[in-house]
Design a binder for this molecule. Structure first.
Ligand code: FAD
Ligand code: DHB
Length: 394
């Protein structure tokens, strides 16, 4: 068995794990990251696209904001629409905060580059990851390296940043952990297309056929989503069928607006669920990001929540390991969960307001709710405050 010794063993090299290693290193705390997939695979997964204000503030303060400033696109708000009506919600006017279009792939690239420049040890392509002795002062993580060597990382703290399918979450004993889950009866079909966006800011559209959204990645790349049934087979959706459904649901032809189709470069179906596991700390194990909670994507919160968790956890671990001060570490789970439940509610609310369920009564309530949010300053401010993001530590 190869033996490695470090202060913090981090499982998962997604945004949560890589940002944590970066913030810890900046304060002189050493970590080792282990990742089941290859670096290329992790870097090319098409996922989130929107950064809220507090995520941008944190990335900037961690010297990760240069490319974001050059290539990210700051948006003042979103369009909310339903048939015949489109309303712009201006988050800056409503709350003084805004959001940025900057894909998770780009955040990941920036993190990987910064960690590589700093000589961070990341073990990609590992298998059989297992967590040990989490209730002791000397926990460890074992795995088989990409070259087949059994390896043990001994640390003072283990952090599970291993997403929705990793082993960390279930390493908390059954008697201690509690979880809540809601599975929604629909999925998203998402496409990436090589075509200039047909809108300046994101469009969230309610339609009797189902929700649709127009997002983007750059001036030449569009990202669009359609609500589809839960068990949808992607092969049933040709590119023509996708563009035609998007055109209908997004209101092509209304008030002179049109949707420009283009070559589809990626398409996938994403099931939707909400999940929270508590506590986010047990003994010397801490959980961050999707390892502890999953939100449906409608409120654009998944990546932002991962960043917010790490924004709380990094200073807590620095205090614990460098100053032997456990106060922030002891407070981490409760502090993180306040935001997690707020974002869980917001994501559920956006999802159930915008996706059709086939129930006529629900449909009338959705339209009433949308009208209130789009036309009342109080309603719009509630959406804006949650979407543009509460401050870290809320
Ligand atoms: P991840 O990014 O999932 O990283 C976890 C890492 O742990 C992975 O690299 C994984 O390979 C690794 N890992 C897992 N098991 C092991 C193991 N046994 N050993 C070692 N490593 C392991 N959010 C939005 O806000 N908007 C979106 O549009 C959006 N779209 C999404 C689409 C998809 C298909 C998915 C899955 C998620 C999407 N999300 C979206 C959510 C967002 O991407 C996540 O919230 C975000 O990636 C969370 O970051 P993380 O670092 O916590 O987890
Ligand atoms: C994107 C995804 C979301 O879930 C969302 O609410 C906004 C944008 C995106 O992928 O661009």
């Amino acid at each position: 068995m190869d033996d490695v010794r470090t202060q913090v063993a981090i499982i998962g090299a997604g945004p949560a794990g890589m940002l944590l290693s970066h913030l810890l290193a900046a304060e002189g705390v050493e970590s080792v990251v282990v990742e089941a997939r290859t670096e290329e695979y992790v870097g090319s997964r098409i996922r989130a696209g929107i950064l809220e204000q507090s995520s941008v503030d944190l990335l900037r303060s961690a010297d990760l904001g240069d490319r974001l400033a050059r290539e990210g696109d700051q948006h003042r708000g979103i369009y909310l629409q339903w048939p015949e009506e489109r309303h712009h919600l201006d988050f800056v006017d409503l709350t003084g905060r805004s959001v940025w279009v900057y894909g998770q792939t780009e955040v990941q690239k920036d993190l990987v580059a910064a960690r590589a420049a700093d000589g961070q040890e990341v073990h990609y392509g590992v298998s059989d990851t297992a967590l040990h002795d989490l209730e002791s002062d000397s926990p460890s993580v074992t795995f088989v390296s990409a070259s087949g060597s059994p390896t043990r990382v001994s640390a003072s703290v283990v952090v599970g940043c291993d997403g929705s399918f990793g082993p960390s979450r279930s390493s908390v004993p059954d008697a201690v952990r509690q979880s809540w889950e809601k599975v929604y009866p629909y999925s998203w079909l998402g496409i990436l297309a090589d075509v200039a966006p047909s809108t300046d800011e994101l469009i969230y559209a309610w339609h009797p056929d189902g929700f649709a959204m127009h997002s983007m990645r750059s001036a030449t790349v569009s990202r669009l989503y359609l609500q589809v049934p839960h068990d949808t087979d992607i092969d049933d959706w040709s590119d023509d069928r996708i563009w035609s459904a998007l055109a209908t649901r997004l209101g092509d032809g209304q008030d002179g607006w049109s949707l420009t189709p283009g070559p589809v470069t990626e398409k996938s179906v994403l099931p939707m669920r909400s999940f929270v596991q508590t506590p986010m700390r047990h003994g010397r194990l801490f959980l961050a990001g999707d390892a502890a909670h999953i939100v449906p994507p409608t409120g654009a919160k998944g990546l932002n929540l991962a960043v917010a968790d790490v924004g709380l956890l990094a200073p807590a671990l620095v205090d614990l390991l460098r100053r032997d001060d456990a106060r922030l570490a002891d407070a981490y789970s409760d502090a993180a969960l306040r935001r997690v439940w707020r974002c869980t509610h917001f994501s559920w609310w956006m999802t159930t307001m915008l996706h059709t369920s086939g129930d006529d009564f629900d449909q009338q309530l959705q339209l009433s709710q949308l009208r209130w949010v789009a036309t009342s300053e109080a309603g719009a401010t509630g959406l804006a405050e949650n979407y543009a993001g509460l401050p870290i530590g809320f």
